[in-house]
Design a protein around this ligand. Structure first.
Ligand code: PLP
Length: 353
């Protein structure tokens, strides 16, 4: 890297950041930590963690970054409530409920299906945060999309000023929050003297990945994205991510188009489905926990790590020397359900005699 490039990049960062409204909810930057013991066991690859799980607000996670931008817009529009949705164990909905509480807004959470018997994990937190619930009664996850509009329309009829946030927080405004994450990591890498060549990310609804793509293109960084889908098929995700990145670029008044080829995604590590822990994820979670004391989650980061470890074993990443895994959060999932998925291979118990 040369000084001119750094100067050019800091100009871009300043110009673009000034275009992005943000109501900051946490302390930044989040830590960038070298995985010492893991790196030792991986051979030629140095692994680092970007700890967005430690975002210091509402139990953290990547969703806070998107919400900081959406909240700024919601407040500018004089909204009095946030309406969003997903499944009951959604990190995004919990983060939205915390955001609304902080700003003194109401929050309505639209969930697919029917109310579950157990009030645990993120669902319990979202309830405690005083979000109002609306269940679609339909097990199709997409039912949330139409119901968010319906709930918002009803609230408007009642004289409220709702701000709608699409399912999972995947919208162009939210994407801009993740562009700021790229700027943050770039500056942090500079000050810590880290030169990564690849970034690993778990992908759900795609807003986060879209922000990373746009941020990397804005700064012209030599960072390759290694992304693992945890819900939809890779082709579908790539299209969605490209579309979101294009829309977000337009918000920055850039006539840039992203296409599916710009947003490659690895498949094959979803297991039985979104939100269902896989054996590989459980193993990856144990390996990282036991070597680093870092807790990945079973829905997103555990599956991405399983995919990455598999790729390493199969020599897919020989060209990469320094890789940063973005830990996007999700730990409340440890406190949902009975945790049987973690006990697939119990550790030895201590014998005292
Ligand atoms: C939502 C989420 C992701 C993925 O973010 P998207 O923008 O939906 O792709 C990754 N990790 C965790 C823990 C999440 O909650």
């Amino acid at each position: 890297m040369n000084t001119h490039q750094h100067l050019d990049r800091s100009v871009v960062i300043e110009r673009v950041a000034a275009q992005i409204p943000r109501h900051t909810l946490a302390h930044y930057p989040t830590p960038l930590m070298r995985a010492n013991r893991l790196t030792e066991s991986l051979g030629n690859t140095e692994l680092w963690f970007k700890r967005d799980d430690l975002i210091s607000f509402g139990l953290g996670g990547n969703k806070i970054r998107g919400l900081e931008v959406m909240l700024a817009e919601a407040l500018a529009l004089n909204a009095d409530c946030l309406v969003t949705g997903a499944g009951v164990q959604s990190n995004h909905v919990r983060a939205t409920a915390a955001t609304a509480a902080h700003a003194g807004l109401r929050c309505t959470a639209v969930y697919w299906g029917k109310p579950p018997a157990a009030m645990d994990g993120n669902y319990r937190l979202t309830s405690m945060l005083n979000a109002q619930f609306h269940f679609t009664g339909d097990d199709d996850r997409a039912s949330v999309d139409t119901h968010i509009h319906r709930v918002a329309a009803k609230l408007r009829e009642q004289g409220h000023r709702p701000y709608e946030i699409p399912r999972g927080g995947a919208c162009a405004m939210g994407v801009l929050g993740h562009v700021l994450a790229v700027f943050e990591l770039y500056q942090q890498c500079l000050s810590q003297g880290v030169e990564p060549d690849a970034i690993i990310l778990a992908v759900g609804s795609g807003g986060t990945y879209a922000g990373w793509l746009l941020g990397i293109r804005l700064l012209n960084l030599p960072w390759k994205m290694l992304c693992y889908t945890v819900s939809r098929e890779p082709e579908q995700v790539s299209l969605q991510v490209a579309d979101l990145a294009t829309q977000a670029a337009a918000l920055l008044k850039l006539d840039w188009t992203f296409c599916a080829e710009d947003a490659p995604v690895f498949g094959g590590f979803i297991g039985q489905g979104y939100g269902i822990p896989s054996l590989e994820a459980a193993e990856a979670i144990k390996q990282i926990g036991r070597s680093e004391g870092i807790l990945l989650d079973p829905v997103y980061t555990g599956k991405a790590m399983a995919g990455f470890l598999y790729g390493l074993q199969n020599k897919q990443f020989e060209q990469h020397k320094k890789i940063i895994f973005v830990h996007t959060g999700g730990e409340p999932a440890f406190f949902a359900g009975n945790g049987d998925w973690l006990n697939s291979s119990p550790t030895e118990t201590v014998k005292l005699s």
